[in-house]
Design a protein around this ligand. Structure first.
Ligand code: FAD
Ligand code: FES
Length: 267
C-alpha cells in the first residue's frame, strides 16, 4: 500500500476534554486505503515556515473511505499538536500516509478486548468501529493519568462496553488500566493494546502469565516512538524484537506482542 502526500482540509476541531481534541479532515486519497493501526505524518506549521521542521506522527482514529474523511484524536502536548488543533475549518494540512503496519482480525474472533493508555486509545477506535460493523463484541479499557486524558463515552462506538481507570481516581477504577485486564482475559478471544511503553511492557508480562495459566490469546501491540522520517530511512525509531532490530515506523507500529523483547527500555 503506497503512502500519499496529500493536502487534507480541516472539517472541524472539537475539544472533547481539557486536553483532548477530535480533529476531522477531508482526505479522500488517504481515507481510501488507511487501516486501523496505521498513522499519518503531519506537517504542523504555517505553509513555508518549516517550524517545527519535523512532521508529527498521528494514528487514524476514524477512517471513512466514503465520503473520504479521516479523524485524529489529539492530546495537546507541545508546539505541533497545539498548532494542529488551532486550525480553522477549511485550512489545508500537509499529510503523508497511510504509514506503517496495521491491526488484523484473527479468523473467527467474536470478542475483542482493547486496552488503551491515554492517547493510545486513538488507533484502537478504528478497530472498534470495524468490530461494531462486523458484529464482533468489544470491550474497551481506557486508562489515563486523570479525567482530562480519558476519551468521553460519546466518542466510543455505542455497542462497545467501555471501562475507564485513572491514576488519580477521578474517573473509573483508581489505578492503572492493566489492573483490569484480568477481569476480561477469559472473555476475550483477541487483544489489541496501545499506550506508553511501561503500559505495554506490563501488558506483555500479564499476557505471558494469563496465557500460560488461563489460555493463550493473540495480542497485538502498537508502539510509540520518537520519529524522524517515518518512512524507514533514519533509524531513529528502532526497537529490539525476537527477529532482530525493527523500525517502529516501517516494520510497526503494530507488532505481535510476543515478538517484542523490551530490552531497549532498560538500556
Ligand atoms: C505511531 C505514532 C502514533 C501516534 N498517534 C498519536 C495520536 O493519534 N494522537 C496524539 O495526540 N499523539 C500521537 N502520537 C504522539 C505524537 O506524535 C506526539 O505527541 C507529537 O509528535 C508531539 O509533538 P508536539 O510538537 O506537540 O510536542 P513536542 O514539542 O515535540 O513534545 C512535547 C512533549 O511530548 C513528548 N513527545 C514528543 N513526541 C513523542 C512521541 N512520539 N512519543 C511520546 N512522547 C513524545 C516530548 O518528549 C515532550 O515531552 C503518536 C506517536 C506515534 C509514534
Ligand atoms: S522514523 Fe526514520 S526510520 Fe523510523
Amino acid at each position: 500500500m503506497k503512502a500519499l502526500q496529500e493536502t487534507a482540509r480541516v472539517i472541524r476541531n472539537e475539544r472533547i476534554t481539557e486536553r483532548l481534541w477530535w480533529c476531522s479532515y477531508e482526505s479522500p486519497g488517504i481515507a481510501a486505503t488507511a487501516r486501523a493501526g496505521q498513522f499519518a505524518h503531519a506537517l504542523c506549521g504555517d505553509p513555508g515556515s518549516y517550524d517545527p521542521m519535523l512532521r508529527r506522527p498521528l494514528s487514524f482514529t476514524r477512517v471513512e473511505p466514503e465520503p473520504g474523511r479521516i479523524a485524529f484524536l489529539i492530546d495537546v502536548v507541545g508546539r505541533g499538536t497545539d498548532w494542529l488543533v488551532r486550525q480553522e475549518p477549511g485550512t489545508e494540512i500537509d499529510l503523508l500516509g497511510p504509514l506503517g503496519t496495521w491491526f488484523e482480525w484473527q479468523p473467527g474472533a467474536e470478542r475483542a478486548l482493547f486496552v488503551g493508555g491515554g492517547i493510545g486509545l486513538a488507533p484502537l477506535l478504528v478497530m472498534a468501529d470495524d468490530a461494531a460493523a462486523n458484529g464482533v463484541e468489544s470491550t474497551i479499557l481506557c486508562g489515563a493519568r486523570d479525567t482530562a486524558g480519558v476519551t468521553p463515552a460519546d466518542w466510543i462506538p455505542e455497542s462497545a462496553t467501555y471501562v475507564t481507570a485513572t491514576d488519580d481516581g477521578s474517573q473509573g477504577h483508581a489505578g492503572v488500566i492493566t489492573d483490569l485486564v484480568s477481569d476480561w482475559w477469559d472473555w476475550s478471544q483477541q487483544v489489541f493494546a496501545c499506550g506508553p511503553t511501561p503500559m505495554l511492557e506490563a501488558m506483555s508480562r500479564l499476557s505471558a502469565r494469563f496465557g500460560l495459566e488461563r489460555g493463550q490469546r493473540p495480542v497485538f501491540a502498537s508502539l510509540e516512538a520518537r520519529m524522524g522520517c517515518a518512512v524507514g530511512v533514519c533509524y531513529s525509531c528502532v526497537v529490539r524484537t525476537t527477529q532482530g532490530v525493527k523500525r517502529v515506523c516501517r516494520d510497526g507500529p503494530v507488532f505481535r506482542q510476543d515478538s517484542l523483547s523490551w530490552e531497549w527500555t532498560h538500556d
